[in-house]
Design a protein around this ligand. Structure first.
Ligand SMILES: Cc1cc2nc3c(=O)[nH]c(=O)nc-3n(C[C@H](O)[C@H](O)[C@H](O)COP(=O)(O)O)c2cc1C
Length: 161
């Protein structure tokens, strides 16, 4: 069982979160993180869970992430019933990270995925977000988020078997 963490990051903030999410997720099941454009369609198809991260650009995922969904639209049937979750970084406190996450979750819903947010320990809302420099607490939160989504992905995958 495996969870795939895909992200877009030019400045490294979103990548730092992806790395910590992978640390948390890999304590439960296999986990791998990579930029969205390095993931082969076949590995996305085979993953039991998908966690997608994007910086907030004007309150939305980056155009590259929007294009990513388009590029994997042929996998829609394969993604049915898999766990999905989202994370986002931004520069400003009210800079639209939640709207960014919700946009990613909307796409996951359209792919038939079962979406989940962050664990109660970190607030229990839409997913993982940070703004400004990544702090030690952000890294702890990212690991807890990764653990939660990996547990859900594992449970859903077991039910499928
Ligand atoms: C074109 C552009 C638009 C942005 N729009 C927002 C925004 O609406 N809200 C915000 O908080 N930050 C915004 N930012 C800042 C980035 O979201 C932030 O620096 C993010 O952490 C960058 O992630 P990265 O280091 O992984 O590339 C924007 C940056 C760029 C380049």
């Amino acid at each position: 069982m495996k969870v795939l963490i895909l992200f877009h990051s030019l400045g490294g903030h979103t990548e730092q979160l992806a790395r910590e999410i992978a640390v948390g997720a890999s304590s439960i099941i296999d986990a791998e993180y990579k930029t969205f454009d390095r993931a082969e369609p076949e590995e996305i198809r085979q993953a039991d869970g998908l966690i997608v991260g994007s910086p907030s650009y004007f309150g939305n995922p980056t155009p590259e992430i929007a294009e990513f969904w388009k590029s994997i639209s042929h996998l829609r049937a394969d993604m049915q019933g898999k766990a999905g979750a989202a994370f986002s970084t931004g520069l400003h406190q009210s800079g639209g990270r939640e709207t960014t996450i919700l946009s990613i979750l909307h796409s996951m819903l359209i792919f038939g995925m079962v979406v989940a947010g962050d664990p109660l320990e970190t607030g229990g809302h839409y997913g993982l977000t940070t703004y400004g420099d990544i702090t030690e607490q952000d890294k702890i939160n990212a690991r807890l988020f990764g653990e939660r989504i990996a547990k859900i992905a594992g449970k859903l995958a077991q039910r499928e078997q």
